[in-house]
Design a protein around this ligand. Structure first.
Ligand SMILES: [Zn+2]
Length: 76
């Protein structure tokens, strides 16, 4: 069982994981930053049929690092 941390979008404690390389690259581009290693992505499943995940971003320390919530898009 992964450690649960609070997701602002889900308004509940949910499993999170670090970003993949492709997701890190996407976020670096989006934020114009060299490092985004502190970010975690919510893996809560929103729909059991489509397996769609929340994918909202937080950091280890900050449950709401952006003024508006930011979700990681599905990347190939
Ligand atoms: Zn979530």
């Amino acid at each position: 069982m992964p450690k649960l941390t609070y997701c602002f979008t889900c308004d509940a404690d949910q499993p999170h994981r670090p970003l993949s390389r492709a997701e890190e690259d996407w976020l670096k581009e989006r934020l114009g930053r060299a490092s985004v290693r502190e970010f975690l992505m919510c893996e809560a499943e929103l729909d059991s049929e489509t397996k769609k995940q929340c994918r909202n971003l937080r950091t280890g320390m900050n449950k709401k690092p952006f003024a508006r919530s930011m979700r990681v898009p599905l990347l190939d």
